[in-house]
Ligand binder design. Structure first.
Ligand code: GLU
Length: 493
């Protein structure tokens, strides 16, 4: 059997929903592995489950891949556009005696299953239509007009022997062929289809033809597919196709120890994008969830590509830890370019209906970038950063309880004269001198004249201008406003 000479990986999502975090993780591993080896990464859309596949889901998957920056060299390749190829391979397998038509009805199959269960046996297919030397098969059932009734095509799995592979994640895995039955590789023709119409191939078959045709050398996928792999390996062998290497990654568990699912929080990449996470934080976090490079927790995408060689993959399930993801995101926010953050914040502000407007003569992007630079260190997500940026474009909501409490605590009668004095000094700074140094000097002079200590003046100024008592340095923050806004808000003392 030939082997692969170059690294080619793929991700093969089924478009029956958004891009799940588990799929995003195997996409990342497949992508990084291909990039590490200078190989190719293919995107294939496994849409043979026609009833559940939607274009909307395809669009979401493509958008999430793009957002994560997992660029593919080939694809998207749609399985439903490859039916003729699958049919040719099915015909070839039937002709060579490695696949056969099975006319058992669902009711018959149920009866077999129930009978086997009652005897304490594994509910495997009873091989009724499996051709064997010297065996007489039942007569093909016909309809009223003499046409054969609908059938499925089954792969004639080897009856004995073991299927063994060296899994990249789990090590050696062996499954005996007696444990598995003859896999359906082609479904029945859909009801109401014209006589002679053929059914759509199943996942376990199409995946093999595709991995063969696309010369996939390494398959990373979730370990829910481990039970499918022996069938797939047997089909590869029947076709004389080179085997890829398989790596089955353990499931991701939620904090309740159960498989991460929608009921237990966000499981789609889209949700994290919407909740203000950065793609590089998602990649960093997903990478660590099942793979390690020493005890390093933070790394760039480039470092991951440099280090991801298919080793150090964890055998045991990883637990999804929202707090850790948030921490990783906060670290990535600190590192992120301010102009880029400004763009992301502008999008969010616009979504909230408070699109940023120019502050003084500066272009919107420039002032927003400065705002991001000052506030990003205290934010874990883009949404939190947007909350801060919003302070610059929207008056504080003076009706809320939290504002009223802060105001009562900090904007006391004793401090009001000092606020008025500061306002006069700020008024005197022309818009041209409206910078951090000028504002700092005005504050210093006010403190000197009133004998107040810095926090006693800074806290009420923060509450009045930003609506919150906890902000970055007050001079740096005020400098990002225009003077008119500051004076108007201070006048609410
Ligand atoms: N369509 C399958 C899934 O989404 C792909 C499995 C595989 O990678 O072979 O689970």
């Amino acid at each position: 059997m030939t082997t692969h000479t170059s690294v080619r990986t793929r991700i093969a999502p089924s478009p029956t929903g958004f891009l799940h975090l588990g799929t995003a993780r195997t996409a990342l591993y497949s992508w990084a592995f291909a990039r590490h080896h200078g190989g190719k990464f293919v995107l294939r859309i496994e849409d043979t489950d026609v009833a559940r596949s939607t274009q909307d889901s395809v669009n979401q998957i493509l958008a999430s891949m793009k957002w994560l920056g997992l660029d593919y060299d080939e694809g998207p390749i749609y399985q439903m556009q490859r039916l003729a190829r699958y049919q040719a391979v099915i015909d070839q397998l039937i002709a060579s005696g490695q696949a056969y038509r099975c006319y058992s009805t669902p009711a018959e199959l149920d009866a077999v299953r129930e009978a086997k269960k009652a005897r304490g046996e594994k509910p495997l297919y009873d091989n009724r239509w499996r051709p064997e030397a010297g065996k007489t098969l039942p007569d093909v059932p016909l309809d009223d007009s003499g046409q054969p009734l609908p059938f499925v095509v089954r792969f004639k799995n080897p009856a004995d022997g073991d299927v063994t592979w060296m899994d990249l994640v789990k090590g050696e895995i062996t499954i005996n062929n007696r444990e598995i039955d003859d896999l359906i590789i082609q479904r029945q023709a859909p009801e109401g289809a014209p006589t002679g119409a053929l059914g759509i191939p199943t996942y376990n078959f199409a995946v093999v033809v595709d991995d063969w045709d696309m010369q996939i050398s390494h398959v990373f996928r979730g370990d829910e597919h481990i039970n499918n792999t022996p069938w797939q390996i047997n089909i590869f062998k029947a076709l004389g196709a080179p085997l890829p290497q398989f790596g089955h990654c353990p499931v991701i568990l939620g904090d309740d120890g159960q498989k991460l699912s929608k009921r237990r929080g966000a499981v789609s990449v889209t949700a994290y994008e919407e909740n203000g996470y950065l793609p590089e934080a998602m990649l960093n976090y997903l990478a660590r969830l099942g793979w390690s490079h020493g005890d390093q927790e933070l790394f760039t995408v480039e470092q991951m590509v440099a280090w991801f060689d298919g080793t150090h993959l964890s055998k045991s399930p990883a637990q999804w830890d929202p707090a850790k993801l948030l921490w990783v995101n906060a670290q990535c926010m600190k590192q992120a370019d301010n102009a880029r953050l400004a763009g992301l914040v502008a999008e969010q502000l616009t979504k909230r209906g408070s699109a940023p407007t120019p502050i003084r003569a500066e272009p919107v992007e420039a002032s927003l970038a400065n705002i991001c630079a000052l506030f990003k260190d205290r934010c874990e997500t883009i949404l939190q950063l947007t909350d801060w940026a919003n302070v610059f474009y929207t008056e504080p909501d003076r009706s809320t309880d939290s504002y009223q409490t802060e105001r009562a605590q900090h904007v006391t009668d004793a401090v009001k004269p000092a606020i008025a004095l500061l306002a006069t000094k700020l008024q005197a700074l022309s818009d041209l001198a409206w910078d951090k140094a000028g504002i700092a000097a005005a504050i210093k002079a006010t403190l000197a004249e009133t004998g107040l200590k810095m926090p006693l003046l800074a806290m009420p100024v923060r509450v009045l201008v930003a609506g919150k008592a906890q902000t970055p340095a007050v001079d740096a923050m005020l400098a990002l406003f225009d003077s008119k806004t500051v004076l108007r808000r201070l006048s609410h003392a």
